[in-house]
Design a protein around this ligand. Structure first.
Ligand SMILES: [Cu+2]
Length: 74
């Protein structure tokens, strides 16, 4: 039986997103990671809110996924 899944949230500061295409690329890359359940991109201030299952994915993995798309994570 699966235990209770605890949800966590984190915010990534992403540099270089300028348009809807960037937003989609970042959101899609993060949602492809196992454990990530929701992604909210705020283009103007470069903030990306990520909801994920505790212990299923690390901030390092999220950072890697975003950087693979060509954006910098602070
Ligand atoms: Cu763009």
């Amino acid at each position: 039986m699966k235990g209770d899944i605890k949800m966590e949230q984190t915010t990534l500061n992403v540099k270089g997103m300028t348009c809807a295409h960037c937003e989609t690329a970042v959101r899609t890359a993060l949602l492809e990671l196992e454990g990530v359940t929701a992604v909210e991109v705020h283009l103007q201030d470069g903030k990306v809110n990520v909801s994920y299952e505790e212990g299923q994915v690390s901030k390092e993995k999220m950072t890697e996924a975003v950087e693979d798309q060509g954006y910098d994570v602070e």
